[in-house]
Design a binder for this molecule. Structure first.
Ligand code: NDP
Ligand code: GDR
Length: 386
């Protein structure tokens, strides 16, 4: 039997990397679309790279962009994929307020470009399409837990663009019979998570604080709640969705929600730090410049006691709130009902939040130990405070 061929847009992203690995293990030929950038951005998939001069490769990269119809159509024509996973997007909710038009084009119309290419090329009966839809569609809380039938109320240019993508996927399924599906995925994280999403920002910052590379971190709204899973579990669901007899739409979630504050506490606890927030028996320490009133102090666990105390004798604040990280409109509470995917896809997550945090903390501490060596060797190392 010939190998199945998959085409993944957004192959250089968190999910693109895990999905490529998963499909390659299943024996697929994987084609990935990456953007041309001035510096290489393939860190997450470098371990899968195959020399283009070698024959019979099963992992092949192409240049492309979701805003370029001709490029998308040409790639799909050449690749003739059995399955398309449309994971490419400008995926940062806060940034979408800064570049709404671009996001509408890439995240919204980009999906149309893929579906229309499938139709124009006459691949309606061959190519199945997975659209990376999102729990951000639910936005302003209408019902909890959120399920496939919960009404949408998007709260950002990102979510509005993804809403167009959601419905155009449904429409092409109904109008042209394309096997097209939406995975409505709730937040999923991993050691490969982009550095500016809150979970990775926290695990990076705590790792750096412990290693003495950074004193504190500024965050935004700490009261919102998210249903966090592991990206490794979620890419299994993406694949399972395209193996169903018919296209359909599925919520993928854990069914458990946690505040950003509790995420920080859990991550800190994992490395022996106890972070106390204002109002938890902690005296207010005063105000920081440009920073809101919410100020936090840490108590220190045994492992890192000595070094942290040394550095924090005078300044025991390691998390501050900077209002510039707040969104103009926030999504306060996400909690998904995974009943449908459990029943139809036989999908269960293997990770819980503690397991996810453990893996992320361990990975970032390892990463920054390397940075420490570089720093000692006189090299400049990069930090991200966004
Ligand atoms: P990432 O931000 O890690 O990856 C996004 C990918 O899209 C990157 O490869 C990026 O390329 C690429 N990309 C961005 N803009 C374009 C464009 N115009 N043309 C082509 N490629 C582009 O996202 P995730 O892996 O976390 O998420 C994957 C998808 O799932 C996204 O669509 C996201 O919106 C959606 N989603 C994510 C959830 C999550 O919790 N992670 C939850 C629900 C939905 P480059 O590397 O060059 O920037
Ligand atoms: P989200 O993820 O917006 O849910 O979108 P993000 O991690 O950016 O924010 C989660 C919550 O944390 C609050 N927050 C901060 N967020 C960031 N990024 N940086 C901070 O400093 C900070 N402080 C507090 C946010 O206000 C928010 O409430 C992610 C993306 O992957 C989307 O592409 C995807 O569709 C959804 O998850 C499901």
């Amino acid at each position: 039997m010939s190998k199945k061929v998959a085409f993944i847009t957004g192959v250089t992203g968190q999910d693109g990397a895990y999905l490529s690995e998963y499909l390659l293990k299943k024996g697929y030929i994987v084609h990935g679309m990456k953007r041309r950038v001035s510096l290489l951005n393939t860190d997450r998939i470098d371990h899968l790279y195959q020399d283009p001069h070698v024959e019979n490769r099963n992992f092949i990269l192409h240049y492309g962009d979701l805003t370029d119809s001709m490029n998308i159509t040409k790639l799909i024509k050449e690749i003739q994929p059995d399955e398309i996973y449309n994971l490419a997007a400008m995926s940062h909710v806060k940034v979408s307020f800064d570049m709404p038009e671009y996001v509408a084009n890439a995240d919204g119309i980009g999906t149309l470009r893929i579906l229309e290419a499938v139709r124009l090329l006459g691949l309606e009966n061959k190519t199945r399409v997975y659209q990376a839809s999102t729990s951000e569609l639910y936005g302003l809380v209408q019902e909890v837990p959120q399920k496939e039938t919960t009404p949408f109320y998007p709260r950002s240019p990102y979510a509005v663009a993804k809403m167009y993508a959601y419905w155009i996927t449904v429409n092409y399924r109904e109008a042209y019979g394309i096997h097209a599906s939406n995975g409505i995925l709730f937040n999923h994280e991993s050691p490969l998570r982009g550095e500016t999403f809150v979970t990775r920002k926290v695990t990076r910052a705590l790792s750096r604080i412990i290693l003495g590379l950074q004193d504190m971190v500024y965050l935004g709204n700490l009261s919102s709640k998210r249903d966090w899973g592991h990206a490794k579990d979620y890419v299994r669901a993406m694949h399972a969705i395209l193996q169903q007899e018919k296209g359909d739409d599925y919520v993928i979630a854990t069914g458990i929600t946690t505040t950003i504050r509790d995420f920080i506490k859990k991550a800190a606890k994992d490395v022996g730090l106890e972070i106390l927030f204002q109002g938890e028996g902690v005296e207010e320490k005063g105000y920081l410049n440009h920073v809101d009133q919410d100020i936090f102090v840490e108590k220190v666990g045994e492992e890192y006691l000595e070094q942290i105390l040394l550095r924090t004798k005078e300044k025991s604040i390691i998390v501050g709130v900077d209002v510039s990280y707040f969104r103009p409109t926030e999504v306060d509470m996400l909690i998904g009902d995974p009943s449908k995917c459990k029943k139809h896809l036989d999908w269960e997550p293997e990770y819980d939040l503690d397991g996810l945090i453990k893996e992320m903390m361990a990975s970032d501490i390892k990463l920054f130990k390397k940075d420490n060596y570089l720093k000692e060797g006189g090299f400049t190392t990069m930090n991200y405070y966004e």
